[in-house]
Structure formats: structure tokens, C-alpha cells
Design a protein around this ligand. Structure first.
Ligand code: URA
Ligand code: CA
Length: 433
């Protein structure tokens, strides 16, 4: 596969070496390497080496834009211009117990904004929206493009699997990144997410970019760099994009894990739900309404008075699900208790996510089954006072053999101390073009 062997215009080893020494790649080179990888002329180990060079040396804004464009060109673009409503999309960079999409999409549908949510499955310690919804009996994630439009027209919102033709280059590159330690890179994450969102065809996009221990990029400066890169990629391609930087140091809400989060979403759609989940849902809703030009609508009443719940039921039913079915409950539970008296300093989202994943809520490799009942209930928040023996977390799963390793990951998740911790702000910053 070296140059000279065929009619290829570039030598991939030359591109890898250039990036290794921090030199930039031009548009033609980036277009070629993505296209050649897609047709098998660049081998997975070569692409992996190039991705690692990018993780270490970075890419500038122009390279990131060219990479995004090359990835979009690998597949089809969706089009929602035929709807009678603005189509506004939402994306979270991935968190622990981040249930927000589930109440947010029906809330927006109830307020006249169409939300086409082409989602993914769980990655590593973070949960996936489709896995959560699949805990509802009968609910179907895979829809054809015609079905996506039908569900959007009839209910105003759709959450479904991205089709195989939406940025296939990302799918192939992500599979390599996942197993080669090359996920955590702002330009690669930005190109991966924004290629799918731009090809997804909405009129506007609100990004929830996480920082803190449970995020892919824990450092707020790196998260801001990622948010800025994504907002710029969106704006440059005509997709109006706004980002919120939000704290993912502690899990969001109380429930982590698939069926657990559906139960929490239904609680929120019933006018209850944890305060942080409600706060983030409403903040994202306001940004989406703003992009849709509906700045005079307050989203809070529709979440509390049942309108969003009605939209949820229509959406679930339109995809074959039974909106009245009770989510499955785990056969086994084990409580993690405080070993001393103290004040909760921190609930470490990464440890909780890892615990939930080991209990069976996530998968070790794509295609593995998940335990829909596995997960964690978080009973305390930073600042709470506890006594030795008080319950802190409850681990749940169907497979007893998973319990020990899951609980081991959770044992150090709640840090106790003597001081009252500084309160953290859930929504730290807003990034616009
Ligand atoms: N989510 C994505 O879709 N891509 C990434 O690279 C990381 C998170
Ligand atoms: Ca949650």
C-alpha cells in the first residue's frame, strides 16, 4: 500500500510521518485519506497510526473543517425542510446518568419545535440514549428515513438510530478510536460529532459539552476548546450552533443505567424529577427555542403540566413502544454505605459510570448485549451530611456474578470529609459563534 504500488495520489505513511512531526495536512490529503480508508485502500492500522498522531499533535481549525467535510462526503445528508416547523437538534458529548434527551425531545415537540435525534449507543463508561429507550417493551430504534419523517410529522419528535448511510466514515473511524485509545482529542471528537450533526440536516443545534470526571474531556479548558471548535464548524457550514459547558463531575440526577433513567425521565415528565436534571433540561430547551425563533415561550409550564408527557407517550407509541409499561426492575441490589460520619465532598461521576458499566449497563465491545436493569441509584449529593452506615449508592443488576466488580468500582465513588464543599455550578459557560 506504499506509493507507487498503484494510482493513489498520496502515500499514507508520508501523511502519518508529517502529522507525527506536527505539520498540517492539506484539504486534498485529508479528503483522500478518509475516502481511501472508506474503500479499504488505507489499512485500519495505518488510519489508527494517523489518528494517534492527531491525538498527540492536534489539528488546526482549517484541518478540522476539512476533516469534517471529508467525513460528511462519505455518506448521505438528511433534509427536514419539508416540515411545517423548525427542526432543532441537540447533542451531548456524553455523560453519566445524563437522562436529559428523554424529557427534552418531547418537551420541544409539545412546544412546536421538531427534534430529529439520530442517536447512538453507550460508549465506555457513558450511557447511550438508544439503550435507555430499548428498556421500554416493543420500542424500536431502527427506522427508515421515511419512517423518521412520518414520526416527526405525527409526533414532533423522533429519537432513533442513525442510519448506516449517515457518515459511514465516522462509524469506521470511531470503531478504531474506541480500541486504540484515540477518542480523547478535541479535533477528532469535534469532527465526529459535527459531521453527523451537519449531515443530519437540522436548522439549528444546541450542544451540551460536558467537563468533569465523567466527561470524555474532564478539563474545562479542553471542553471549551471542543465547544468552540464545534460551534465554529456548525456556523461555517450554515448550521446555527450554540454550546453550553456543563458540569459532569457528579452524575446527573439520581438514576444511572438504562431502565433506571427511563423511570427518572418519566418522573421528570410528570412534573417531578431531580432538580439538576430539570435545570439542565430547561436550559437546553430555552436555547433550542431561541434558535427556533420562539424566544417568548417559557418551557417550564409544559414540563410540569403534562403536555411534554403527552408528547412522550405519542413518540414512544409511534415507535412500537408501550408508554404505560413499567420499566424492568433488577433481580439483585446491593447498598454501598458510609464507613464514617462526614460531609459528602464529591460523587465521582466516572467511578459511578464505571460501576454501572461493570454491573452490565454498558458494553465491552460494539454489539454486546446490555443488561437493561443494571445501574446505580445515587442517594447523596455533595454537601449532604451522613453518618457511618447510611446508604450512599445502590447497585442493581440481573447477573449476581457482576455485582462484586461493580460494587468495587463504586466503593470509592463518594468522598467524605469534614469541610462543607464549594457548590459547583451545573451550567458553567455558554459558547456562541
Ligand atoms: N461522541 C461521538 O459521536 N464522537 C466522538 O468522537 C465522541 C463522542
Ligand atoms: Ca440521571
Amino acid at each position: 500500500m506504499r506509493a507507487g504500488a498503484g494510482a493513489e495520489p498520496f502515500d499514507v505513511v508520508d501523511l502519518i510521518t508529517r502529522k507525527r512531526f506536527a505539520r498540517s495536512l492539506d484539504r486534498a490529503e485529508i479528503d483522500w485519506v478518509v475516502e481511501a480508508f472508506s474503500r479499504g485502500a488505507v489499512a485500519p492500522e495505518q488510519m489508527s497510526a494517523l489518528l494517534m498522531a492527531v491525538v498527540i499533535q492536534g489539528m488546526d481549525a482549517r484541518e478540522t473543517r476539512d476533516l469534517t467535510a471529508a467525513m460528511i462526503a462519505s455518506g448521505e445528508r438528511m433534509d427536514f425542510t419539508g416540515l411545517d416547523r423548525p427542526a432543532i437538534d441537540k447533542h451531548s458529548t456524553g455523560g453519566v446518568g445524563d437522562t436529559t434527551t428523554l424529557p427534552l425531545v418531547p418537551l420541544m415537540a409539545a412546544l412546536g419545535v421538531a427534534v430529529p435525534q439520530l442517536s447512538g449507543r453507550g460508549l465506555g463508561h457513558t450511557g447511550g440514549t438508544l439503550d435507555k429507550l430499548e428498556s421500554i417493551p416493543g420500542w424500536r430504534a431502527e427506522l427508515s428515513n421515511d419512517e423518521i419523517i412520518d414520526v416527526l410529522r405525527s409526533t414532533g419528535g423522533v429519537i432513533c438510530a442513525a442510519g448506516a448511510d449517515l457518515v459511514p466514515a465516522d462509524r469506521a473511524m470511531y470503531a478504531l478510536r474506541d480500541v486504540t485509545g484515540t477518542v480523547a482529542s478535541a479535533p477528532l471528537i469535534a469532527a465526529s460529532i459535527m459531521s453527523k450533526k451537519i449531515a443530519g440536516g437540522a436548522d439549528g443545534l444546541v450542544l451540551d459539552v460536558k467537563f468533569g470526571s465523567g466527561a470524555f474531556l474532564p478539563d474545562i479548558d479542553e471542553a471549551r476548546e471542543l465547544a468552540t471548535a464545534m460551534v465554529r464548524l456548525g456556523s461555517d457550514s450554515g448550521l446555527r450552533t450554540v454550546a453550553l459547558l456543563t458540569d459532569m463531575d457528579a452524575p446527573l440526577g439520581r438514576a444511572v443505567g438504562n431502565a433506571h433513567e427511563v423511570r427518572e425521565a418519566v418522573e421528570t415528565l410528570s412534573g417531578g424529577g431531580p432538580a439538576d436534571l430539570v435545570e439542565l433540561t430547561l436550559a437546553l430547551a430555552r436555547e433550542m427555542l431561541d434558535l427556533a425563533g420562539l424566544t417568548d415561550i417559557d418551557p417550564a409550564p409544559a414540563l410540569a403540566d403534562g403536555r411534554a408527557m403527552d408528547a412522550w407517550r405519542r413518540m414512544i407509541a409511534a415507535q412500537g413502544g408501550d408508554p404505560h409499561a413499567r420499566p424492568a426492575v433488577a433481580r439483585e441490589t446491593e447498598t454501598v454505605r458510609a464507613t464514617t460520619d462526614g460531609i459528602v465532598q464529591r460523587v465521582d461521576a466516572r467511578a459511578v459510570g464505571t460501576g454501572s458499566w461493570r454491573l452490565g449497563a454498558g458494553r465491552a465491545k460494539p454489539g454486546d448485549p446490555v443488561d437493561l436493569t443494571a445501574g446505580v441509584t445515587v442517594l447523596v449529593r455533595p454537601g449532604d451530611r451522613v453518618r457511618a452506615g447510611d446508604p450512599l449508592l445502590v447497585a442493581a443488576c440481573d447477573a449476581p456474578e457482576r455485582m462484586e466488580r461493580g460494587v468495587a468500582a463504586l466503593a470509592a465513588a463518594v468522598e467524605l470529609g469534614d469541610a462543607v464543599p464549594e457548590p459547583r455550578r451545573l451550567i458553567a459557560e455558554r459558547v456562541t459563534a
